[in-house]
Design a protein around this ligand. Sequence first.
Ligand code: NA7
Length: 564
Amino acid sequence: MCETKTEPLHVDAFVVGAGVGGIYSTYRLTRMGLSVKCVDIASDVGGTWYWNRYPGAMSDTESYLYRYSWDKEDLRSYPWTHHYVYQRDILAYLRHIVAKHNLRQHMQFDTEMQTATWDEALRRWRITCGTGETVHARYLVNSLGLLSKVHYPEIAGLASFAGTLVHTARWPEDLQLAGKKVGIIGNGSTGTQVMTAIAPVVGQLKSFQRHPQYSVPSGQAPVSAEYREHINANYDRIWDNVWSSTVGFGVPESQRKTMETTPEERQDAFQQVWDQGNGFRFMFSAFGDVTTSRDANEEACKFIRGKIDDIVVDPRKAAILKPKDLYCRRPLCDSGYYHIFNQENVDVIDLQATPIAQIVPEGIQTADGVTHDLDVLIFATGFDAIEGNYMRVNITGRNGRTIQDHWANGPRAFGSIACAGFPNMFVVAGPQGPFANFPPVIESQINFIMQCIQYAEKDATTGSNGVATNGTATNGYSTIHTNGHTLCNQPGVMEVLEEAEKGWLDLCDRLVEGSLFSTTASWIFGRNIPGRKPTTNFYFGGLKNYLDWVKTQVSDGFPGFVRS
Ligand code: NA7
């Protein structure tokens, strides 16, 4: 606990967020011998998986990869039963890791970081928490979550709804849906999961759909003991493949060009990945140019549209469910999403033909004058992604510049981990990180952050700033001895150069040029929030190239940073 509300607690590193990123950051920092305080506004660990408790919530990464790579013993021994892990399994896994590595002692929950201000004289971050506590920290590691701040679109009459209004990311444990008239807005990964899960129990389900989505089977099923043994026997190779891949999903990444094959070969190739399951497999394993060539993309679209026609019996519903635009949003997979529309009590409303006019006490009124009566209205409308959480806290760097000022033209972070003007501050899963499987991306970024911190610490030890290396605490800060190396209590300061940050953003802008992803209006480019200036929020160069770039940064002595 931060013991007192008047005297600041002094720590080496302050970690904000106890999700996948905050847990690993705390692990690494404490293993470096630093004193660490990790806080989370939630009441326990889990981050996005703490909050997203809606029915059907599931990772769409194969279970053997939706975990940390660094605990090799745990990889082989920790149980999982299905190809994909559900929300409750992920939460249990994260709690297990925290317990196993004794990290809870460094964590404090129900605690929001409200302000963090760089104090130039102290060369520390001065932090205040919602609990009234203050902390002084040499390093600030923000792991606030990139899919965390809930997005409620502004729809006329929203407050007038007399039934139950719920956002998928704030799902009430006790919400009963059996026999209810349920409406849902949003059919992204969340919306398709929740609809598929609740269709069997609700009285009536209406999907108010703006853009139809391409989705493929997930292949979710229990795994056999032999399958698990096979994974265990090949774990090192599996991770090697992830680190040398583009998207890090453990699926083969084909180089084959779609249009260089015959129509029969294309059909066979798509059918094979459809049968195997997984959205990223469908997008990247059959062919290598589905996200870069319009002709190739259209072939994938035709295949999935054909499947929708095969599955959905009612041609009216099938026509509404079939996307007409390119297949270049985040790829989805499901456990029978299109099939639910064969149920009499499940329908889809085409908002492009009949937009929502307003929400009324009884339900949703569409532009054709129809009122759709609802008991429960679910918002599966996603997140104010990437910068959303940063916009609501007050982080002030050098010269009084806030993160809101710095990101006024869109979020930016050098190598996705650090911002110019914010010394010794790092972001995990920040803007312009690799567009790839999040757990390995998060690990990669934290490894880079830790290398920066180690470098800063080493610099402080060898620097000419009058450091005491005998462990004497003269000002409340301790000296630390680790691996026979003395880390000191004097702040080593790492700060990204403005031009390095700009260079990284320019690179990300260039890399996205050939990708069809930029043609759709999704959270990936910040285009799901009305009025927000679109930004290249991801590095589309692939996980391997990102890791190679990090390696060069380290071996070249961190040329993107200035240290003092
Ligand atoms: P997404 O992918 O951002 O999806 C949000 C959905 O909500 C999408 O279908 C939107 O339709 C819909 N939406 C948003 N605002 C409106 C309004 N005003 N009217 C109608 N429909 C609306 O969020 P998810 O939670 O599904 O997934 C986010 C990520 O979490 C996902 O990529 C995974 O990585 C995990 P639209 O397509 O914009 O027409």
